[in-house]
Design a protein around this ligand. Structure first.
Ligand code: ATP
Length: 342
């Protein structure tokens, strides 16, 4: 059963198209991450799903019922979609309990329901505090409790961890994901952080130029991106000129195995690698490259090397030291993806 289905949704602001035919399906109890660069339309799509705005064209259905499109626009308060907005989302003049109770219908606004929602996010003891008396992580947990309190069919979260520093961000994201899984809520999380998307979601929907460019499990989008843009949005990507023949690519760094080949690619191609796929090799098993810079990064050393006039960044072990020749030998590890030359 699909919890949310978005089909061919279009939205323009003042004649400027933002969503140009978005398709997305999120299964019941699944967590999807909507990943894309700033301004690509992630918030716009979330607002359409929550019902805060109307679609220009296309359909949105939740649990099998059309909520947007075909002349219908179910109002936000009837969609049973919990919304966790960007930072600063709590009402400052209400206590934590008041904030959580705010979204509940009057008959449901009982101390027991509020306590239940706060317990879900591990904040049972904080009901009497005001938002300014909470840490950033606690504020985001309370914002999730407020969204979960009415027992929604779907929870949508718009970059909820943006205001938190990196360590806290990872921890709060893990807690929030665990809570969503415990409550078996379907969820859509907007983020521009690939690692957050991979760690949190069953399905990563990569948004580019007003459409979903690829939607698949995290491993698939990272290891076999559907386009060069998807490769760049989902992490660091290095592109090498290559010649493709019989499932292998010849590159300035030697031969590479191909895991996926974009349609129509044969002969000249652009090979897409992740940084960790360029590895140090023995002299007899790799191409020589000149080390022109080295920067110690704690868990690894980042080498800048030149091979065939091309500068590349390569990760080496933290303890790496260049020998007197100033050369390293490089090879390509693991299957790569080939695209048409750009
Ligand atoms: N109400 C509006 N009126 C006019 N233009 C809008 C409106 N809302 C969004 N836009 C425009 O639509 C585009 C997409 O905005 P949106 O907020 O959906 O992007 P986003 O991917 O969520 O970006 P970010 O990651 O920076 O939040 C932007 O160019 C934005 O300026």
């Amino acid at each position: 059963m699909r919890s949310v289905v978005v089909s061919n949704v279009m939205k323009a602001y003042a004649g400027h198209p933002v969503l140009k035919g978005v398709d997305l399906a999120v299964g019941e109890g699944r967590i999807a991450a909507l990943l894309g660069p700033s301004g690509c339309g992630k918030t716009t799509l979330l607002r359409l799903i929550a019902g805060f705005d109307r679609v220009d064209d296309g359909l949105i259905s939740i649990d099998g019922a059309v909520v947007s499109g075909e002349g219908r626009h179910e109002p936000a308060e009837r969609r049973r979609v919990g919304y966790v907005p960007q930072e600063g989302a709590l009402f400052p003049h209400l206590t934590v309990a008041g904030n959580v109770g705010f979204g509940l219908a009057r008959r449901d606004r009982t101390p027991a329901r509020i306590a239940e929602a706060l317990a879900l996010v591990g904040c049972a003891a904080l009901g009497d505090r005001y938002p300014h008396q909470l840490s950033g992580g606690q504020q985001q947990r309370v914002a999730l409790a407020r969204a979960l309190a009415p027992r929604p069919r779907l929870v949508v979260l718009d970059e909820p961890f943006n205001g938190l520093d990196l360590d806290l961000r990872r921890a709060v994201a893990a807690d929030v994901t665990a809570t969503l899984r415990r409550t078996r809520a379907s969820a859509i999380l907007v983020t521009h952080d690939p690692e957050e998307a991979f760690a949190s979601a069953d399905l990563v929907a990569v948004m580019h130029a007003g459409r979903i460019a690829q939607a698949a499990d995290p491993r698939t989008v990272y290891l076999t991106p559907a386009s060069p843009e998807v490769a760049r949005i989902t992490g660091a990507a290095i592109f090498l000129d290559a010649t493709v023949s019989a499932g292998r690519a010849t590159t300035p760094l030697g031969m590479a195995d191909l895991g996926a080949v974009a349609e129509g690619v044969n002969g000249r191609a652009s090979l897409c690698l992740r940084p960790e796929q360029i590895v140090l090799a023995r002299p007899d098993g790799g191409r020589a490259a000149k080390v022109v810079d080295m920067s110690f990064r704690g868990d690894h050393s980042l080498l800048t090397v030149v091979v065939d006039d091309r500068r590349l960044n390569v990760r080496a072990p933290a303890a790496f030291e260049a020998d007197a020749s100033g050369l390293v030998h490089l090879a390509i590890a693991g299957p790569c993806v080939a695209f048409l030359p750009s």
